[in-house]
Design a protein around this ligand. Structure first.
Ligand code: HEC
Length: 175
């Protein structure tokens, strides 16, 4: 029986993270979610100093210390970085995340949960404001989803480059 208990305990906070990320606030929050007020301040209804939506606040609060506050060293004007990111994306991400970053890659549509659509205003907000969450996901993968970890395959620089490409792709698909 302990064989089952351990993996379940490991997976629980991540499942909670996913539910929150997927805007399913009706489900009881786990220990992870109770950390949210740390960055949300006192007033639940008011927008915080970060200007994030409540879902964004919760996602931001889940980022582990090792990734907390990390920001891309590149900007959306950095063509060289985005071009480098595109190469990585085509090789390692497109089958799931799709040509347009809408999660409709050949392997993406069948996944549960499917990869999110990067062009929504919510996702665009997250690219801008919770970069540490994305970088964490790209580095460590997302338990409970098909998202694999890339820390051992891509350098920190490459992970940021592909992040920039995804951001740009979502922006472009919007227009
Ligand atoms: C096997 C399919 C698969 C591959 C390959 C894959 N992803 Fe994902 N990815 C997913 C799924 C499923 C999710 C979970 C749903 C979501 O949040 O999009 C996810 C989530 C993410 C997120 C969510 C970020 C967040 O903080 O919520 C980012 C960023 C991401 N992937 C980037 C990448 C990058 C970059 C690559 C390539 C280097 C990649 N993915 C490769 C399936 C995949």
């Amino acid at each position: 029986m302990p064989k089952f208990v351990k993996p379940i305990l490991l997976v629980l906070p991540l499942v909670a993270a996913l539910l929150l990320w997927g805007c399913a606030p009706a489900v009881a929050p786990s220990a992870t979610a109770t950390k949210a007020p740390a960055s949300a301040g006192g007033g639940p209804a008011t927008s915080s100093s970060s200007g994030l939506s409540p879902a964004g606040e919760k996602a931001a609060a889940q980022v582990p210390a090792a990734y907390k506050g990390k920001k891309s060293p590149y900007t959306l004007n950095d063509k060289a970085a985005i071009d480098a990111g595109e190469k990585i994306y085509r090789q390692s991400c497109l089958t799931c995340h799709g040509e347009k970053g809408d999660g409709k890659g050949p392997a993406g549509a069948a996944l549960n949960p499917p990869p999110v659509n990067y062009s929504t205003s919510e996702q665009q907000e997250h690219f801008e404001k919770i970069q540490d969450h994305h970088f964490w996901s790209i580095s460590e993968g997302m338990s409970g989803t098909a998202m694999p970890p890339f820390k051992g395959l891509l350098t920190e620089e490459q992970r940021w480059q592909v992040f920039m490409y995804e951001w740009q792709l979502g922006k472009a698909s919007k227009m």
